[in-house]
Design a protein around this ligand. Sequence first.
Ligand SMILES: [Zn+2]
Length: 537
Amino acid sequence: MNARDHSQPLPSDQAKALAAFATRSWDEEIVPALTRYVAIPAKSPMFDANWERNGYIERVITDAAAWVEGKKLPGLKLEVVRLAGRTPLIFFEVPATRPGGNDAKAPTICLYGHLDKQPEFNGWRTDLGPWTPKYENGKLYGRGSADDGYAVYAALTAIMALDKQGIPRPRCVGIIEGCEESGSPDLPAYLELLKPRMGDVALVVCLDSGAGNYDQLWLTTNLRGLVSGVLNVEILTEGIHSGDASGLVPSSFRILRHLLERLEDSKTGRLLPESFHCTIPANRLEQARATAAILGDEVWKRFPWACGADGGPTLPTTTDRVEALLNRTWRPALSVTGVEGFPDLGSAGNVLRPYTAFKLSLRLPPLVDGAEAALALKTLLEDNAPYNARVTFRPDGRAGAAAGTPSGATGWNAPQLAPWLENVLEAASQAHYGAPLGYMGQGWHHSAHEHAAEGISAVADDGLRRAWPAQQRARSERIPARALRQAADCGGGAGDGGLPVGGRAARQATSCCARRRRRGRDACRGRSRPCAARSRN
Ligand SMILES: [Zn+2]
């Protein structure tokens, strides 16, 4: 194999051959594997207390491991690593094919993904479901295929594509974990264990992020942090007749509302404590402007807006494209993601309920310290409880936090991109898409980034801190095959990043307006395209 200048794009015949290989692998081998994967309810431990006994995580890990081993890559070593009481993890190593690539100090590329899944959620289209895979119009519907089942297959296929064309590459290792959706509590222990086998990691490719579209290569530049936990307000020991007690016994819901007013301006959604905000770096502002110009109104139109009060679509917090991007990546925001203490509507009688509990999800800007924010949030909510109500806020446990201490996840802002990396990514985007590299932040936290920056780099050189290009990730669990093939061409991999789904898929899917029309109700008026169907997670 000849040495070549890595900063230069591949000759077009080689690039075409790579694309053809990835396309064929995708259609013939990856889609069938992902279809089997979707059918397994491998919910992350946070959502399946009996995960160990149920054995679903074990199954998806061993299935993927068998697939990888079945490829018989020369020199590939794979181990399903198991620490007692922790989710299993796939670790694989593939020796370098370029001269000197297997020397002790030669750089290694680490590819990351996960196989545990988010819970079912509701709102699936009637003919779809989380564990019943269905392939339709080039998209695979079901839970987990895009977040993050595809990662292990994309990683291996990228390596195989290069090898097949005889294109020299560095040594590669893969880490596919089983508890990412629970905040990766097991990952640090495995990284510690695997340190000696990782090698000199110079680049980590995290196959678990998002993309702006499928028309160019995207790089994730920053992620928000997160404090999530349960806010509980208890006022009675049991429910009593509301006719008897309301007006005298304060409503636990009203108290909870009052507490949330300390946190958030309910008119605008702005988080009130200044400590939850940060200054947006100038380069990120500049990149947000460029991304807004690329994506146009899709930055906000891609969401499945309902038909609104006047028959037109419901509205976002802002239609300014740059502000829309910044709101979801550089500003704090509160969501209530679950409730307890309420009966279903069908069995809601005249009872003043004894308590109200909300699961809160507070997204934090990349530069705000998650642990400090968790403490501040706990104090803000618990101090000076109205009516001496029993108010508790329990943040979820996070990796590395001592038991019982409030902990939050700190976001991530990529370090300055190394010039060589910027050049090769730009060259790859131009070669495969004919369009420049796009930069965007993502709204969600990914604990693997923390570990990459802190854990792995303890054994790697500084290169890791310079470079963590996250590839495209799926939010909505439908994979457009074409897009994935394209991304795989770049030696990375892609999930369904959301934006193209909001565009292409939404246009294909039955719109809520259309459904309403069939029911004889007012259709949305004056919109550029129909409401997206509410059929996904
Ligand atoms: Zn993921």
